[in-house]
Design a protein around this ligand. Structure first.
Ligand code: BGC
Length: 666
């Protein structure tokens, strides 16, 4: 088929091409252009058949629910992000989807955001590193991606009308930074603009964001598409360089034609987007030879299980309650049978796998009897039922309680109202701890949860996130010690929902003011020297690790190789995520105490050691200077912190940066 150029299309065709043909496809003009079909992610393919592409809500294919993005981030293993991308791309290939609408790389500003489970982290560097690998995993298999939701979509309530109000430095250092990092390393085929306004202008009509920053500074060369229904007046979004409005919008063409007639936009503005669209359509065709089916359904589930196992975070483990002892065990909580595998909304996967009961997997792996009671069913409210549960629990020396939040509480389009667990779940834990002193709590949830009401009464807490179809396989391996926990938190667990960010459910006049600026998550906690429930980067193992011998080898003016040794003091092989933070104490602008600049996940043999090395470059020392409109390194003393979490710093070293005078300001 001859490649169509802008000149080959009539004005009407060009204007039509600017908006989707239906819910999931671009126009082809009766075969003149190859078809492009897009479908949802990010933790499994959610796609309707071609016959249903014109209808909302058609039945979706059954696919594998991979560990949700929150879990992928909690692995701190970039290879897990790459593998996730690969598996989902494999499903795209099977069902002939051209672009996966993923990954979401928004910053977790508040633990209340209803879509945190779809996002990587509160930290832009971690989100960027994981996002890079996810995009590569998908695109290396010939399927396109969509980096979303650009930008500042950090709250779900009133998402189409509210405005996120943030200053330039905050945007560049925190909220836009994952996009910038991913665009430095990869070429995603599309970027999806968000629903909200940024500083008073809808992102779909925000030329500063879509053109000046995304294309001219970050070098994006794919197409910008709107989130579904985020495009309001099509001509205004053409002016802002939004290439594709999705999905079909009946009045879009007329809006553009009227604007052309009135001179509000020119044909060159239309051609700019059409040119981008044609390049994109043919790029998708050029990627097709890479598409090769690689995995069976079973292999996809095996990969999901490996990632899920790396993703769960052991928050506490008093008295070495975990791994479980091989003694009769009581398992409580409906979620042990019907796990919360995914958050709700456009990312929710219709699974092709059945979920085995955690009771059966535990019984098999422990080789003991496991007694199960749902205990969180609605009818379990009554006093008699609670009394029965306590009587039962009193007979066990080991009780596992599975609690959490399902899609009725965590779903796209709405924020959480609290970070506390449902009162019924809290009551269950409380009842059980009154009669048994060895209680282990498993939490299935998509973001930070307040455990303060029960953490002193239970021995262990394992945060499972939303681990997808593999949830119970991974849980049973970790609980029984067949695997050792190695996940770490990619977000701070605060004591209160609004400790480090104003309550996003209260936005007077729809203006969400980012008053905390760059001090998001651990940056805020450090600045206030405030206590947190569980810090960013926290996660325990069944072994202890010792850190020693920090070295910084200078390779250039701002280039260093940072190396240290980690000793595994336990009797089993285990993986440790070590984190390297950098801070500048005395600077001319406000700076976080420290910021994550490198990390490494390493398997360390039992009683063995690993020499770990990571590199730092200019970006480890720079901040965004609003006067220079650029990143800037201010000479002086920096501290490199190496830790097992942001609050468990094991080693420190001072570095002096002395760039030439001409780069400095007095
Ligand atoms: C979501 C996007 C999604 C799109 C298509 C929107 O509501 O915000 O993330 O890709 O729908 O389903």
């Amino acid at each position: 088929m001859k490649k169509v150029t802008v000149k080959d299309l009539t004005l009407e065709e060009k204007v039509s091409l600017l908006t989707g043909k239906d819910i999931w496809r671009l126009h082809t003009f009766s075969g003149k252009l190859p078809e492009v079909f897009v479908a949802d992610g990010p933790h499994g393919l959610r796609m309707v058949s071609r016959e249903n592409a014109g209808n909302w809500g058609g039945e979706v294919y059954k696919t594998t629910a991979m560990p949700n993005v929150v879990n992928v981030a909690n692995t701190w293993n970039p290879a897990c992000a790459y593998e996730t991308g690969k598996v989902i791309a494999d499903e795209c290939i099977e069902h002939d989807a051209d672009v996966l609408l993923a990954p979401g790389v928004n910053i977790k500003r508040s633990p209340l955001c209803g879509r945190n489970f779809e996002y990587f982290s509160e930290d832009p560097y971690l989100a960027g590193v994981m996002g890079v690998e996810y995009v590569k995993g998908v695109q290396d298999k010939g399927v396109g991606t969509s980096l979303k939701h650009y930008a500042l979509n950090n709250s779900e309530n009133d998402r189409s009308s509210m405005t996120a109000e943030a200053d330039e430095r905050t945007m560049r250092e925190i909220y836009l930074r994952p996009f910038e990092l991913i665009l430095q390393e990869t070429k995603p085929t599309t970027v999806m603009c968000s629903y909200n306004k940024v500083n008073g202008i809808h992102t779909s009509e925000n030329r500063y964001l879509l053109k000046d920053i995304l294309r001219d500074i970050f070098g994006f060369d794919g197409i910008v598409i709107s989130d579904w229904g985020a495009c309001h007046n099509r001509w205004k979004s053409v002016k802002a360089a939004l290439d594709l409005c999705m999905p079909v919008k009946e009045d879009a063409d007329a809006q553009v034609m009227t604007a052309l007639k009135n001179g509000w936009i020119s044909e060159a503005d239309v051609d700019y987007c059409v040119e981008n669209l044609l390049n994109f359509i043919y790029r998708i065709q050029d990627m097709k030879p890479l598409r090769k089916l690689e995995f069976t359904e079973e292999q996809r589930l095996e990969k999901a299980t490996a990632i899920a196992t790396e993703s769960m975070v052991l928050l506490q483990n008093e008295n070495s309650a975990l791994p479980l002892k091989k003694i009769p065990t009581l398992l409580l909580g409906r979620m042990a049978e019907f796990p919360a595998a995914c958050g709700g909304g456009s990312s929710e996967v219709s699974s092709c796998h059945t979920h085995p009961h955690l009771k059966d997997l535990l019984a098999e792996k422990l080789g003991v009897e496991v007694t199960f009671r749902s205990a969180t069913e609605p009818h379990f409210n009554g006093l008699t039922a609670a009394r029965e549960c306590m009587d039962l629990a009193a007979r066990f020396d080991q009780v596992v309680v599975v609690v959490g939040e399902d899609t009725s509480l965590v779903c796209e389009g709405m924020n959480r109202t609290d970070i506390k667990l449902h009162p019924k779940h809290l009551q269950l834990i409380d009842n059980v701890t009154r009669v048994c002193d060895n209680v282990i709590v498993v939490i299935e949830a998509g973001s930070a949860v307040d455990t303060s009401e029960f953490q002193d009464k239970v021995n262990a807490i394992l945060y499972a996130g939303y681990a997808g179809d593999a949830v119970n396989y991974a849980l049973s391996d970790l609980l029984t010690g067949a695997a050792t926990p190695s996940g770490k938190l990619s977000e701070t667990f605060p004591y209160e929902k609004d400790d480090f960010c104003p309550d996003i459910n209260f936005t007077p006049c729809g203006v969400d003011r980012y008053v905390e600026g760059i001090f998001v998550g651990y940056r805020g906690a450090d600045a206030m020297d405030a206590d947190v429930l569980y810090p960013f980067g926290h996660g325990l193992s069944y072994v202890n690790f010792r850190y020693e011998n920090l070295q910084a080898e200078k390779k250039g003016e701002t280039d260093y190789v940072i190396s240290y040794d980690i000793y595994n003091e336990g009797d089993m092989d285990a993986a440790e995520v070590s984190q390297v933070y950098v801070g500048q104490a005395a600077a001319r602008v406000a700076r976080p105490v420290k910021e994550l600049k490198a990390f490494s996940k390493d398997v360390i043999p039992a009683r063995g050691k690993k020499h770990v090395s990571v590199t730092l470059d200019k970006s480890a020392f720079a901040y965004y200077n609003v006067c220079l409109k650029d990143w800037h390194v201010e000479n002086g003393a920096f501290t490199v912190y190496v830790g097992a979490s942001s609050r468990d710093i094991r080693l420190k070293k001072k570095l002096i940066v002395a760039l030439p005078d001409e780069t400095q300001f007095t």
